[in-house]
Design a protein around this ligand. Structure first.
Ligand SMILES: Cc1cc2nc3c(=O)[nH]c(=O)nc-3n(C[C@H](O)[C@H](O)[C@H](O)COP(=O)(O)OP(=O)(O)OC[C@H]3O[C@@H](n4cnc5c(N)ncnc54)[C@H](O)[C@@H]3O)c2cc1C
Length: 330
């Protein structure tokens, strides 16, 4: 029985299609997008593009390096009637073993960053890695991003998820994001537009693609001090969370006033395993891939945890991880 279907971003821009004069070239099923250095490839395994190291193939995969190539990718999807799924670092995703139909757009090659030493404003492309950005901010003596060093996602994913740690989160420093909207226009969204709450933004489930974001940090601090705080946060993570095994970080949102990890631990599930997926002995809100897990193992463990916590506590745990594709109940 199919119980979960694709959480996809489908862009159907009239504007983009209207501007398309040339058609893409097909060469042994590899598609060269006209006017760009962009190549759309068929049947690309996504296991290597997700932090769980599981998941079947993208029907089509493309990783644009700039906005022109991103627009061309979306135009191609529109022309071919393909649904679009956006993939950052894949660190909050469970991709089904069956893979993802349509076009998967990987943002990891959208890269640039600018630190303004006068204002403390930092403008970064969607594909920049959050840990690298935290270290770079520290080296520049910019305070305000030390908490983010242990979050292995991209800027785009962090803006969409309102990623956070150590009592800090994206909403605290967010100024604006440049977003490629469904109608093909590039718009600037403010914090108000995104309606940030705990690990949530209005971008989740929308058809918009974050291309870059601007954050407000505090410049002029001693780089050695900021680096030391950043290092402290990183070490704390390494000591308390299972970074040595593939995972997606916390699987469930914390149902306040409880922590999901505590509820799972109290339900006797620490170390519980289905196939090669295990509730991490070190942190019960992590599910780790012990080596060779399938997406189905992880999915069934998620369901098992939800069932047990509901039985014991009458609390419905809500997954923070985004599940993409079709899953079967065992
Ligand atoms: C070891 C580990 C520790 C973690 N610790 C934390 C933590 O402390 N705090 C925390 O908040 N999270 C944590 N996470 C989860 C994860 O890193 C964050 O949610 C992160 O923000 C996801 O970013 P990503 O680029 O990997 O997004 P992905 O996982 O690739 O995507 C997440 C969602 O965002 C969408 N998306 C991604 N990029 C874009 C874009 N440019 N435009 C539009 N939509 C986009 C995707 O379609 C998907 O719906 C952890 C994960 C791991 C593996």
């Amino acid at each position: 029985m199919t119980i979960f279907s694709a959480d996809t971003y489908i862009c159907d821009s009239e504007k983009l299609i209207a501007s398309s004069k040339k058609t893409a070239q097909v060469d042994n099923k590899v598609i060269y997008l006209p006017g760009t250095d962009c190549v759309v490839r068929p049947k690309v395994s996504l296991a290597g593009y997700t932090s769980y190291r599981v998941g079947g193939p993208a029907e089509w995969y493309v990783a644009p390096r700039d906005i022109t190539a991103l627009e061309a990718s979306i135009r191609y999807a529109y022309e071919q009637s393909l649904p679009v799924t956006v993939l950052g670092a894949g660190s909050n995703l469970l991709v089904s073993d069956c893979g993802i139909p349509g076009l998967v757009i990987g943002t990891r090659h959208l890269r640039h960053s600018y630190f303004d030493p006068e204002t403390g404003l930092v403008t970064v492309a969607a594909g920049e890695a959050i840990p690298g950005l935290a270290w770079e901010a520290a080296e520049h003596g910019f305070e305000g991003f030390e908490w983010a060093v242990g979050i292995p996602g991209t800027v785009g994913g962090a803006v969409v998820m309102n990623a956070g740690a150590h009592n800090g989160c994206i909403a605290d420093i967010f100024v604006s994001a440049e977003v490629l909207c469904e109608d093909g226009t590039l718009r600037t969204f403010t914090s108000e537009d995104l309606g940030y709450t705990y690990r949530t933004s209005k971008l989740q489930g929308s058809k918009n693609i974050v291309t870059q974001a601007t954050f407000q940090l505090q410049p002029g601090a001693d780089p050695a001090v900021v680096t030391a705080t950043t290092k402290h946060h990183k070490e704390h993570r390494l000591n308390t969370q299972p970074y040595d095994k593939p995972s997606c970080g916390s699987v469930f949102r914390n149902p306040k006033p409880y922590s999901a990890g505590w509820l799972i631990e109290q339900s006797g599930l620490k170390g519980y395993q289905i196939g090669k997926a295990q509730v991490a002995p070190r942190h019960a809100n992590f599910i780790i891939n012990c080596g060779g897990a399938s997406a189905c193992d992880i999915f069934n463990l998620i369901r098992h945890i939800q069932h047990n916590v509901k039985e014991n506590w009458s609390i419905a745990l809500e997954p923070e991880v985004k599940m993409i594709g079709n899953f079967q109940i065992a």
